[in-house]
Design a protein around this ligand. Structure first.
Ligand SMILES: [Zn+2]
Length: 83
């Protein structure tokens, strides 16, 4: 009989902890999907032609120690010639 009570207590503690863990996971998941700063959707401006494009489609170029993203290789080359 004692063993059953202990088992029941362990079960309830386990359930309580599981619920608490789920509660702490859910809000972080919500804020992750709502976050506007996900790298896939970031729009940046091409410094050469002024066009806005998604960062994931950008062509990275290294200019004066900085990495700058361009809309195309042509823009990157034109910008690199000037700088
Ligand atoms: Zn461009």
């Amino acid at each position: 009989m004692k063993g059953l009570i202990i088992l029941a207590i362990i079960y309830f503690v386990y359930r309580h902890l599981k619920e608490k863990m789920l509660d702490s996971i859910q809000p972080s998941e919500g804020s992750r999907s709502e976050g506007p700063e996900s790298t896939d959707d970031v729009m940046i401006q091409d410094p050469e032609c002024g066009v806005y494009f998604p960062l994931r489609d950008g062509v990275p170029g290294r200019i004066q120690g900085k990495t700058i993203n361009f809309c195309s290789i042509q823009c990157r080359d034109a910008y690199m010639k000037k700088h």
